[in-house]
Write a protein that binds this ligand. Structure first.
Ligand code: GN1
Ligand code: MG
Length: 368
């Protein structure tokens, strides 16, 4: 469906909100779905989203999952409903009483209430946000901890499984153009060099040393809403909530909070690791989660930050070799630039690795 004004209004009006669209704009921070902020003159503004059916083969189920997660969180937050609405997403049903709308092309849409007086960050500029982000993502794990695993469909199987991501990379490499292979030769080499280390966490999961829980699986800092006073409000983008390890939620937040530049900055001299923010984030995260964590868990948090950053680079590189079929790109070699950026950050994490391990251990010890 063409994303014309007329179509957006039509889709919006399939939902049961009793509001009139006043204006809308695209929220372009995500790489997958099409997301719009719908302004009305009524009590609420809304977020209307079309799911990407190439990425989400079962987009209807993504929405069913998200609604379940929100409903469950609502039972766990100990606040009056007025305050609750600032801390959890509320989805609106269609006039047919369904949580999703399916358009003529078979694409699925969902609508949620825009959380007022909130803001997001693409990049973190203050330790306060790093700390609040840590508390917010940590608390999300507490809030979803009791969710029945059987009720949540694993929306993208093997999402953070390293061997799966390597397999996709090898496939892409077999079919890639000579030109793209040449352009990415340094990054390709790196994928081979880091292979063993990047499988350590997967092996700890396979041997039962690190348990699966319900996790968010996309904890980049732009998926956290903050109040105007810079307090953590609500975790958004619950598309990929499914069984996972808390390590990757920790690590994915670190990947974005401690990168001194954006994910696609091309001047790699600007891609540095902010160890101060790492400390603040860790403090906040552990404050909320330490009761659930073992020493072995904590000993692997820094490795998780490195591993998930590498996974992102690997996936972006793979998409580049596949001629950009997965992530939205703004220009021709965008995915390669993203991969270079993430691999530079992996190097930066290696430089800071001992300090990171000291920090996670010290902060954990303080709480025990
Ligand atoms: C994608 O579209 P967005 O921003 O929610 C991706 C994540 C990556 C992220 C990288 C379903 O997330 O896994 O971490 O890009 N989501 C999916 O910025 O693949
Ligand atoms: Mg996402």
């Amino acid at each position: 469906m063409v994303l014309s004004t007329e179509n957006i209004i039509t889709v919006f009006n399939h939902f049961n909100h009793l509001s009139k669209l006043d204006s809308f704009s695209e929220l372009s921070s995500g790489h997958i779905n099409d997301t719009f902020l719908i302004k009305t003159k009524g009590a609420h503004d809304f977020v209307l989203q079309r799911l990407n059916s190439y990425v989400f083969k079962n987009a209807k189920q993504v929405i069913l999952n998200k609604v379940k997660v929100s409903e469950y969180i609502k039972t766990q937050i100990n606040l009056t409903s007025n305050h609750k609405s600032q801390h959890v997403l509320s989805f609106i049903k269609t006039l047919n009483n369904l949580p999703y709308y399916e358009d003529k092309d078979g694409d699925f849409w969902n609508l949620s209430i825009y959380i007022k007086n909130s803001k997001t960050f693409e990049k973190v500029e203050s330790k306060e946000i790093a700390f609040e982000g840590g508390k917010l993502f940590g608390e999300f794990l507490n809030l979803t901890n009791g969710l029945n695993v059987n009720e949540i469909v694993e929306i993208i199987p093997d999402f953070h499984k390293m061997s799966f991501r390597y397999k996709q990379f090898y496939e892409a490499l077999k079919n890639a153009s000579k030109n793209r292979i040449e352009l990415a030769s340094i990054e390709i080499k790196k994928v081979y060099t880091l292979k063993n280390e990047m499988h350590i966490l997967q092996n700890l999961i396979a041997t039962g040393k690190i348990p699966l829980r319900i996790t968010h699986n996309d904890t980049k800092i732009s998926n956290a809403l903050f109040s105007e006073a810079n307090k953590g409000l609500c975790v958004i983008d619950t598309d990929t909530v499914m069984p996972g390890i808390i390590h990757y939620d920790f690590g994915d937040a670190v990947r974005t909070i401690c990168n001194t530049s954006n994910e696609d900055e091309t001047d790699l001299n600007k891609v540095l690791f902010n160890i101060k923010f790492f400390k603040d984030f860790t403090k906040g995260f552990l404050e909320k989660t330490h009761k659930e964590l073992t020493l072995l868990d904590v000993q692997n948090l820094a490795l998780a930050a490195k591993t998930i950053t590498f996974i992102m680079g690997l996936r972006m590189l793979t998409d580049f070799l596949n001629n950009d079929v997965y992530y939205k790109t703004a220009y021709k070699f965008h995915n390669l630039d993203r991969a270079k950026n993430q691999f530079k950050l992996v190097d930066e994490i290696s430089e800071n690795f001992n300090k990171m391990n000291e920090i996670t251990f010290m902060e954990f010890k303080k709480l025990k």
